[in-house]
Design a protein around this ligand. Structure first.
Ligand code: SF4
Length: 460
């Protein structure tokens, strides 16, 4: 296959993505940016491991000053690679961050529109366009700052954090995610601003690949193809998370889509970089941004034998080979052969089939990687949730870091445990909070109670 989607080049500080540039790998800190020492230390660790960019969450106005201090300290210590500020809900914070770091991520679902109440809005075309005009006006100061400072913008749509306006017109769909970004793209274009990177993220691999593919088509139609940031969000931890991320990212890279990647793990952030590097080494660094990409084609009943016995390498090579056939549902039966250290062939095959949505053999887990907003021991609790509930085949269970974005982004989960005040969580059934103020050490027990009260509990 010939790579036919070369995105236009975008400069982010001292790196350039898009065109035939290297696929940049990135991660995000998971400590509050206000903890300057910890943030600086994590950034250094990530850059040291090979990250091309590092993102930090900037949720509150006082965090702007902390971001400035982190940036200064890194530069003083010789770390000049780009930082990205992750901003939700506040145009003022985005504008200030754009003066400090090389890129700002905004979410079209909550940048100007309020957080979704999942309320059906029946806007006429006239009213809809008035909303777009309001968004246009509110983006002007950000565009001005970005032009002045050379800052790039990532327009990051997430499945589950779309506005009521978009949800009412397009639903919580791949199309809705794409249209949310396209509205912002056309405003930036009207102002002749092109320093853009776009992302479409979902915890469901199929929704993620569908939205990125659709976005590519829409950008080709409009004549401006911007670099895409690829990632399966809330993928969780361990082998399941690595498989979901690899399938989604490999599917798109195999089609010549994608310019920067993040493997999202509910684990120490440095694991994201070490794994992303292994994955890219398997994919073939050159292949990803060259004109010749072979998309492997398998169908029916498939026996696959990874060459490596290292689980991360075996996952990478298997997903790169099978992603397109699995996600396009051409494979109906899968057998993995060979000897992979600590990962049984049957489990590996079942996990691949489940991640591709072909065959469900256990509970599905969604968990965010955590960030500066996380206020409890997300890694430990999500591991415990996985251990206790994996036999509940057919249920989707989420463990999310914060109540700000967690409930929206676990939109299709049956049950969830979401961080609230320090070391406490809220237990959800679907989108409804059922038990509040649960100390984190009781989270598993309370989650089990809510699952049992609703008739979904089964003994192992
Ligand atoms: S849901 Fe998780 S990753 Fe997203 S903002 Fe909250 S803590 Fe951070």
């Amino acid at each position: 296959m010939t790579k036919n989607v070369f995105a236009q080049k975008v400069k982010i500080g001292d790196i350039t993505i898009g065109g035939k540039n290297k696929i940049a790998i990135q991660s995000m800190t998971n400590v509050p940016v206000g903890d300057i020492l910890a943030s600086v230390s994590q950034c250094k660790q990530l850059f040291g491991a090979g990250a091309d960019l590092v993102r930090l969450s900037v949720p509150r106005t006082p965090d702007i000053d902390s971001l400035q201090q982190v940036k200064k300290k890194l530069v003083a210590d010789g770390y000049t690679k780009p930082l990205v500020a992750d901003v939700h809900f506040s145009s003022i914070i985005a504008e200030e961050c754009a003066k400090i770091v090389e890129k700002v991520r905004i979410n079209p679902g909550n940048y100007i529109d309020k957080r979704a109440n999942f309320k059906e809005l029946n806007l006429s075309d006239y009213e809809y366009n008035l909303e777009l005009e309001k968004i246009h006006d509110r983006l002007l100061p950000l565009i001005k700052v970005c032009n002045e400072y050379g800052t790039a913008i990532r327009i990051g749509s997430n499945h589950g954090s779309l506005s009521d306006r978009i949800l009412s017109r397009y639903g919580n769909t791949a199309k809705g995610m794409v249209e949310a970004a396209m509205e912002f793209i056309s405003i930036f274009n009207a102002e002749n601003f092109h320093n853009l990177v776009i992302s479409m993220k979902a915890s469901n691999v199929k929704v993620m690949t569908e939205s990125c593919s659709l976005l590519t088509q829409r950008m080709i139609e409009t004549g401006n193809v911007y670099p895409q940031h690829l990632g399966v969000t809330e993928a969780g931890a361990g082998t399941d998370a690595r498989i979901k991320s690899c399938l989604g990212i490999a599917y798109l890279l195999n089609k010549g889509i994608g310019d920067t990647i993040r493997v999202s793990l509910t684990e120490p952030p440095v694991n994201e970089i070490t794994f992303a590097k292994k994955f890219m080494a398997e994919f073939g660094e050159k292949k990803a941004y060259s004109e010749n990409i072979a998309t492997p084609d398998f169908s029916g009943s498939v026996n696959f034998t990874p060459k490596s016995d290292n689980p991360e390498t075996a996952i990478s090579e298997t997903c790169i080979s099978l992603a397109n056939s699995l996600i396009d549902r051409k494979i109906n039966n899968l057998q993995i052969n060979g000897d992979i250290n600590g990962y049984a062939n049957n489990d590996f095959a079942a996990d691949l089939m489940q991640a591709a949505g072909i065959c469900i053999s256990k509970a599905e887990f969604i968990s965010c990687p955590g960030c500066g907003r996380t206020n409890y021991d997300l890694e430990r609790i999500s591991e415990a949730v996985k251990r206790e509930f994996s036999h509940l085949k057919g249920l989707k269970i989420a463990t999310m870091g914060c109540v700000v974005n967690g409930p929206g982004e676990m939109a299709d989960a049956d049950y969830g445990c979401v961080g609230s005040t320090k070391d406490h969580v809220i237990i959800y059934k679907g989108q409804i909070p059922i038990i509040r103020d649960v100390p984190q050490d009781n989270a598993v027990e309370m989650l089990k109670k809510v699952i049992a009260d609703n008739g979904d509990w089964k003994e192992k």
